[in-house]
Design a binder for this molecule. Structure first.
Ligand SMILES: *[C@@H]1O[C@H](CO)[C@@H](O)[C@H](O)[C@H]1NC(C)=O
Ligand SMILES: *[C@@H]1O[C@H](CO)[C@@H](O)[C@H](O)[C@H]1NC(C)=O
Ligand SMILES: *[C@@H]1O[C@H](CO)[C@@H](O)[C@H](O)[C@H]1NC(C)=O
Length: 288
């Protein structure tokens, strides 16, 4: 109640002082500008599983274990840009990827998007790039993709550790009201604009429809499958104000993945990597 009046009050002042709004709206209700990836940003893609996939290595080091950053649905690697910049500045070997259809990576008209397919894509893409072991940070659809990778013995093998943020094991664990939130509308509209810039000949509606269908029906990972994951590799990370995934999900994943760690990031929502990249990067560093 108190909070909604604060929002109404700040909205009233919006014409008068935009800065005051930005300062008084809690960060977890905001979608900060999409960050830049550290430059230079290559434009090279590689043919993998019938599509052209994009990736970028930063601070590549022989024999080091890279941190692969697997972004959320509809967005792309740059949504992790502020976190990546911080990790790169600290000298970590980081790999940014754009999943099938996202960012600079392509999809085929007859594709049916699945988390399993995306897990196979990343597995093959990293293998083709000579990466034989990696740590991974999965956010939202990137977290579901990572869970899909972890329940398959072959794709799990090169994964040393996995940081699962804003993930779920089933489509039913998505928050039913997320689609009604202002932040979701802003996010989708922004993704449409960015897609037009990244893929001038692409069709965002067709792409978004494939992502939406996947999210509405998948994943369908059982507790028995989660139970096969080596929990010592995994941290389940939630957000205090998570609005996309039901609030009870991190504890459920943590319980099903025996031996996993759990951490809830305070003061942020599903968009934590944009809202508080310092906190997010610190959590990533401390787990890896
Ligand atoms: C597991 O991954 C391997 C290697 O990519 C793939 O060939 C296989 O079909 C996957 N298994 C399942 C059950 O998805
Ligand atoms: C995108 O595809 C949809 C569905 O096939 C079509 O209706 C729409 O006209 C296309 N948009 C563009 C810009 O080509
Ligand atoms: C869904 O998100 C809203 C915030 O948008 C929150 O108030 C609600 O508790 C969440 N529902 C569940 C089941 O977690």
């Amino acid at each position: 109640m108190i909070f909604s009046s604060l929002v109404a009050w700040t909205a009233l002042l919006s014409g008068v002082n935009g800065l005051a709004i930005r300062q008084s709206t809690p960060v977890w209700l905001t979608l900060p500008a999409t960050p830049e990836l550290p430059s230079p940003i290559n434009t090279k893609t590689t043919l993998i599983n019938g599509v052209q996939l994009w990736m970028q290595k930063y601070n590549e080091k022989a024999n080091a274990t890279p941190i692969v950053m697997d972004h959320g649905g509809l967005g792309y690697s740059a949504y992790f840009g502020s976190v990546i910049s911080r990790l790169v500045a600290k000298g970590h070997y980081v790999i940014a990827v754009d999943r099938r259809g996202h960012g600079r990576s392509t999809f085929n008209a007859n594709d049916v998007f699945t988390y399993d397919q995306m897990a196979l894509d990343i597995h093959a893409q990293l293998a083709a790039a000579g990466v034989t072991k990696y740590n991974v940070v999965g956010w939202s659809d990137g977290a579901m993709t990572t869970l899909a990778a972890l329940i398959n013995r072959t794709t799990a093998k090169p994964i040393k550790k996995a940081f699962i943020f804003g993930g779920a094991a089933t489509a039913a664990q998505s928050n039913a009201t997320f689609g009604d939130t202002a932040i979701f509308a802003e996010f989708v509209s922004r993704c449409r604009t960015e897609y037009a810039q990244l893929q001038p000949t692409g069709n965002f509606s067709v792409f978004a429809n494939k992502v939406g269908t996947m999210e509405a029906t998948l994943p369908q990972i059982t507790d028995a499958q989660l139970g096969t994951i080596d929990g010592s590799k995994v941290i389940i990370v939630g957000a205090e104000h998570e609005e996309a995934i039901n609030l009870d999900v991190p504890a459920k994943l943590h319980a099903a993945i025996k031996g996993s760690k759990i951490q809830i990031l305070p003061g942020v929502s599903h968009f934590a990597p944009l809202q508080n990249p310092d906190q997010f990067a610190a959590a990533v560093e401390s787990f890896f």
